[in-house]
Design a protein around this ligand. Structure first.
Ligand SMILES: *Cc1c(COP(=O)(O)O)cnc(C)c1O
Length: 461
């Protein structure tokens, strides 16, 4: 650097006067426009490049346009993972999304009883449905299942002990780890049993006057096989009754329509858990229920009331759009047939393999016509995802795509950064498109995206 005088970039004022930025201040605001100009000038100064004022103005315009674009954009999920947490988990039913839109767009009776004119609770929007669907005395909705767990443990066990089997001290992904959730709730963890075997007697021996809750946690995303056993909810409920302790069942995935209908056995059902004697069952709105992100705590009225009275409730209460979408999802869930055709999560789990194979074959044929592309349809395995059904691979149909000169990693990158973005699986030598999670109406867009990705020529980065 020493001895070299970099060219002086133009002033903010001069860039602002460029024709390319004529309407920028009116559209994007004066401050944002000046910020963008300063950033661009700074970059030019730092790299010591020579850029004309008009080139800088063009870059500023591009930067402003980028700032103006929505950050959250729709993507095509070709990973085959139905509940993909990074892609937003459950896509809503059309009518549920419309309900959220309507609630967001106007005033509503969120917290007012229209007959009496009195103030009411927003929880009433969904409580009746949850009572009928789950056979629950009452229910309360918060922002997610993690929030439901923290709230329940805090309201029912802060400063007291919660007994959990060592086999259920799970991490569900991200930062949901049972010991840490217990710690933030202010309850004291009392672990019993072993990783693989915990007996009712283990719980019973650990019960002291400071015990408040027996907690069962569904090992959502993994399974212990072989010599393994923990008490079921009915056994825990019997113990709870005997010692006057609340039994909480954190089932996570929260299927209301039984996935066994589609060949997926073994997921806990909220209604079954309550029927077996759980005092409170906790589950997510955006896993197998297929609704918006939410956490539902359903069960005994007296316990639900304690959750609602906790000061933390105010911090965890759901938004009106969430409640509207949840209400509609629950309405659809009342009959399994209607739920299966209208709730995408269920539709995708239920779709017959033959239908997927046919789509994969059609896609492979269309893709094979692209220059340099080989595409074959084949059968494969997918997973439900979202911490559900970890040991139940779903028979699915995929299209394996190769290009003569573009490597699979690069092809996947181009698809991910294109518009619309397409998220795929990458296997040795090929990009794999799982049609299960691609909406039928997106098949043409997938072909278009691959065409754009393999086309020589200009491409944005
Ligand atoms: C997924 C899961 C949670 C967390 O649910 P969120 O709605 O993502 O907060 C809690 N408990 C169990 C057992 C789960 O599977």
């Amino acid at each position: 650097m020493a001895g070299v005088t970099p060219p002086r970039p133009p002033s903010v004022h001069r860039v602002l006067a460029e024709p390319a930025l004529a309407s920028a201040a009116a559209v994007h605001g004066h401050d944002a426009t000046v910020d963008a100009i300063r950033l661009e000038i700074g970059r030019v100064r730092q790299s010591a490049e020579t850029a004309s004022t008009s080139v800088i103005a063009d870059r500023v315009a591009a930067r402003l346009a980028a700032w103006d674009r929505p950050s959250l954009v729709g993507v095509i999920n070709a990973t085959g993972i139905v509940l993909h947490t990074n892609l937003g988990r459950a896509p809503l039913a059309e009518s549920a999304a419309r309900a959220a839109y309507a609630a967001g767009r106007a005033y509503s009776n969120l917290e007012i009883d229209l007959t009496t004119g009195r103030r009411s609770s927003r929880q009433l929007t969904v409580r009746g449905r949850l009572q009928r669907l789950l056979g629950a005395e009452s229910a309360v909705v918060v922002n997610n299942c993690a929030a439901a767990t923290v709230l329940a443990l805090r309201a029912l066990a802060a400063g007291r002990e919660v007994i959990v089997s060592r086999g259920q001290l799970v991490e569900i992904g991200g930062s949901y780890r049972i010991p840490e959730i217990l710690a933030v709730s202010g309850a004291v963890l009392r672990e019993v049993g072993t990783t693989n075997i915990t007996r009712p007697a283990d719980y019973e021996r650990a019960i002291t006057p400071s015990t408040a809750v027996l907690l069962r946690v569904h090992a959502s995303n993994y399974r212990v096989r072989g010599f393994a056993k923990t008490p079921g909810i009915a056994e825990l409920a019997a113990l709870g009754r005997k010692h006057s302790l609340a039994v909480i069942d954190d089932i996570g995935s929260g299927a209301v329509v039984d996935p066994a209908r589609f060949g997926f056995a073994g997921e806990p059902l909220a209604a079954a858990s309550l029927k077996a004697g759980a005092d409170l069952v906790l589950f997510s709105g955006d896993k197998l229920l297929g609704g918006p992100q939410a956490g539902i705590a359903a069960g005994r009225e007296e316990l639900v009331r304690r959750l609602e009275r906790d000061p933390l409730m105010r911090a965890l209460r759901p938004d009106k759009m969430t409640l509207a979408a949840l209400d509609e999802t629950l309405r659809l869930s009342a009959t399994p047939e209607r739920a299966t055709v209208s709730i995408p999560t269920l539709t995708m789990l239920a779709v017959p393999f033959a239908v997927l194979r046919q789509r994969a074959e059609a896609l492979a044929e269309a893709l094979s016509r692209l220059p340099g592309v080989t595409a074959v349809a084949r059968r494969s395995r997918g997973y439900a995802g979202g911490g559900t059904l970890p040991d139940q691979p779903v028979r699915t149909a995929v299209v394996a795509v190769r290009h003569e000169s573009i490597r699979e990693g690069e092809l996947a990158r181009r698809l991910r950064t294109g518009t619309p973005a397409v998220l795929v699986r990458v296997r040795r030598g090929e990009v794999v498109i799982d049609v299960r999670t691609v909406f039928v109406e997106q098949d043409a867009a997938v072909v278009g995206a691959i065409r754009a990705a393999v086309e020589p020529g200009e491409r944005g980065t």
